[in-house]
Design a protein around this ligand. Structure first.
Ligand code: IPM
Ligand code: MN
Length: 356
């Protein structure tokens, strides 16, 4: 098939991990006979420097015209002062809103060979296989903001329609998995959460009677995720709770660098990015973990290009590399040898093959 992918490497370790993701994508294209048109575009802090805009017009229109967007990471100390006039993060939020990608999928799966990489006990994390569905274009991230000399305000709003559509995405995914859905809120304090609880309960009862739905307060969820993570299947939550809980849940898998994400809207087009940030402290040293980006490429193949076999081949190559001990410094044992970003990419590519 022919497909176009807009590539936004961004800042910090973004370009290093994206380079490995692209090498995997090109290898897949060669093995399976596809033609992927890859356009690299300015984004984030790098685009603030070159275009005085974290999301230049030409980048946004290329993303709108592409079949999928592959993104590295954004941000850095240079653009994060409290008074900074332009922030890379604003470009990312505008991109998510402009593409209508309201559903952010963040799978957390513990590979048996990496159970010892977690700071948690292997017996607690072994076998974890859960999926966060984070609402991505609403809530406190997008509400009115106000600042004066003695106060600041961020407004959190959710509409019934926003809660219905994210609940449906999560519920459909739960139907294809173990049929357990946990909806996370703070209904004992927040009005938006009380609406969330009401609407999600109604949608599941009417449209997904085959699912088991459980409501959980966000503070309790943070605790249960560490205590009994295997009990969770699909978790659905609002934007900010999802942001926080997914960084926390990443530690079940051992490192923030391992986790991919897919941000989807109504159509097939999506944004694919590792959940980690730009890690300015290690940028440019060739030691960043590219697996989260490579697994994001697999999600891109599956969700936006409908290439399930190619996605599975890539995921199997990553799993095989891990089984063979291909570890970057963030997941390497204390005295073991660690691979560079490039070597980790190579470990995957050399195990990639066309099935059958
Ligand atoms: C994430 C990131 C972003 C978010 C930042 C960079 C705006 O932390 O994708 O989780 O908060 O959504
Ligand atoms: Mn985050």
């Amino acid at each position: 098939m022919k497909a176009s992918v807009a590539v936004l490497a961004g800042d910090g370790i973004g370009p290093e991990v994206i380079a490995e993701g692209l090498r995997c994508l090109r290898t897949i294209a060669g093995l399976f006979g596809h033609e992927f048109e890859l356009a690299e575009l300015p984004f984030g802090g790098a685009a603030i420097e070159s275009h005085a805009d974290p999301l230049p017009e030409r980048t946004l229109s290329a993303c709108l015209a592409a079949d999928a967007v592959l993104l590295g990471a954004i941000g850095g100390p240079k653009w994060s002062a409290p008074q900074a006039p332009l922030r890379p993060e604003a470009g990312l939020l505008r991109l998510r809103a402009s593409l209508g990608t309201f559903a952010n999928l963040r799978p957390v799966k513990v590979h048996p060979a990496l159970a010892d990489a977690s700071t948690l006990k292997a017996e607690v994390v072994q076998g974890v296989d859960l999926l966060f569905v984070r609402e991505l274009t609403g809530g406190i991230y997008f509400g009115d903001k106000h600042r004066d000399t003695h106060s600041a305000t961020d407004v959190c709003t959710y509409t019934v329609a926003e809660i219905e559509r994210i609940t449906r995405v999560a519920a459909r995914l739960a139907q294809s998995r173990r049929r357990r859905l946990t909806s996370i809120d703070k209904a004992n304090v927040l009005e938006t959460s009380r609406l969330w609880r009401e609407v999600s309960a109604r949608v599941v009862a009417r449209e997904f009677p085959d699912l088991t739905l459980e409501h959980m307060l966000v503070d309790a969820a943070a605790m249960h995720l560490m205590r009994r993570p295997r009990d969770f299947d699909v978790l659905v939550t609002e934007n900010m709770f999802g942001d926080i809980l997914t960084d926390q849940a990443a530690m079940l898998a051992g490192s923030l660098g391992l986790l991919p994400s897919a941000s989807l809207g109504e159509g097939r087009r999506g944004i694919y990015e590792p959940i980690h940030g730009s890690a300015p402290d290690i940028a440019g040293r060739g030691i960043a973990n590219p697996y989260g980006t490579i697994l994001s490429v697999a999600l891109l193949l599956r969700h936006s290009l409908d290439l399930g076999a190619e996605a599975a081949a890539l995921e199997q190559a990553v799993a095989a590399a891990w089984s063979d001990g291909a570890r970057t410094p963030d997941i390497a044992p204390a005295h073991g040898r660690a691979l560079s970003t490039r070597e980790a990419g190579e470990a995957v590519i050399s195990r990639l093959q066309r099935p059958g």
